[in-house]
Design a protein around this ligand. Structure first.
Ligand SMILES: Nc1ncnc2c1ncn2[C@@H]1O[C@H](COP(=O)(O)OP(=O)(O)OP(=O)(O)O)[C@@H](O)[C@H]1O
Ligand SMILES: [Mg+2]
Length: 280
């Protein structure tokens, strides 16, 4: 069963001893070997808060995200969401719970069909998962666009006509369509210029305040973590090796890998911002 950390209310999501291994084949070899992507991950996220999950490439962050929404089957462990172990629920229950946990993967803007209109993109999950009429779907899509600070008048513009930052907002509006409680952002905005990322982070904070959303913010870059996260978990070779509040982690990193991440972030800050790619 989920345990309550620090004596507060039960976390929205709690992961216990999660393991995931992949069978891989060496180049031009028939022999398979096992790669342990997750080696007993424990973590908990309190309702309405943000946990940042940071770690180098290949440390297992995306594998964890995919396991949390059952796009991958974990090898063993428990995933508790609102008192239910996601690995033991029925298909029907899982379908219902999957609406409550939405993921935005890397470069979501690129995944939006440029020929679809903004309203069509945002309304698509409603068309698939609800019985709302076309008119209701469109009305809801327009409301969602407003909530991510896109003008309603832009509803009939094609996705390809929006800037990168605006397309990210469309991706967020679409993820919010089914009123999730937990949003997993897996390097979702890493491809954007830092100033645009900062605007998106501010939007995420506003949405969290208005809707009580819980975020798992996955990134390899610590730059915006202090602004968004209540807590940071550092992942290294399939394990969480350190957890701390952002300020404490940035000032006193304990694990050698955390120190390397903090040093990399400081070096990037010293270099200053790169060339601007766009303005919104
Ligand atoms: N489908 C798969 N088949 C085989 N091995 C995989 C698969 N997906 C991930 N892996 C391996 O699992 C490990 C963790 O990968 P994962 O993509 O979760 O890392 P990550 O932390 O998200 O990295 P990045 O920061 O580059 O996105 C890596 O060694 C990777 O090669
Ligand atoms: Mg990844």
């Amino acid at each position: 069963m989920p345990t309550s950390s620090s004596g507060g209310s039960a976390p929205l999501l709690q992961v216990n001893s999660l393991r995931k291994s992949y069978q891989q084949r060496r180049w031009l070899s028939r022999k398979k070997y096992e790669v342990a992507a997750l080696e007993g991950v424990d973590l908990a996220i309190a309702r309405g808060t943000t946990l940042a999950l940071v770690g180098e490439s290949g440390s297992g962050k995306s594998t964890l995200a995919r396991c949390l929404v059952r796009l991958e089957e974990p090898t063993s462990g428990e995933i508790w969401y609102e008192g239910r172990n996601l690995l033991c629920v029925s298909r029907a229950e899982l379908r219902d719970l999957r609406r409550q946990i939405q993921v935005i993967f890397q470069d979501p803007a690129a995944a939006l069909n440029p020929r679809f209109t903004a309203a069509e993109i945002v309304a698509e999950p409603l068309a698939i998962a609800t019985h709302r009429s076309k008119k209701e779907q469109r009305e809801r899509a327009l409301d969602l666009m407003e909530q991510v600070e896109l003008p309603r008048q832009a509803a009939d513009r094609r996705a390809g006509e929006f800037s990168g930052g605006q397309r990210q907002r469309l991706a967020i509006a679409r993820a919010l369509a089914l009123e999730p409680k937990l949003l997993i952002l897996d390097e979702a905005f890493s491809a954007l210029d830092l100033s645009i990322q900062a605007q998106i982070v501010n939007l995420l904070l506003d949405l969290q305040a208005a809707r009580g959303l819980t975020y798992l913010y996955i990134t390899h870059d610590l730059s915006l973590v202090g602004h968004l996260a209540d807590e940071v978990a550092v992942m290294f070779r399939g394990q969480i090796v350190e957890r701390a509040a952002p300020a404490a982690l940035l000032r006193h990193p304990q694990h050698p890998h955390t120190r390397a991440l903090v040093a990399a972030c400081a070096a990037m800050d010293a270099e200053g911002p790169g060339p601007r790619q766009e303005t919104g």
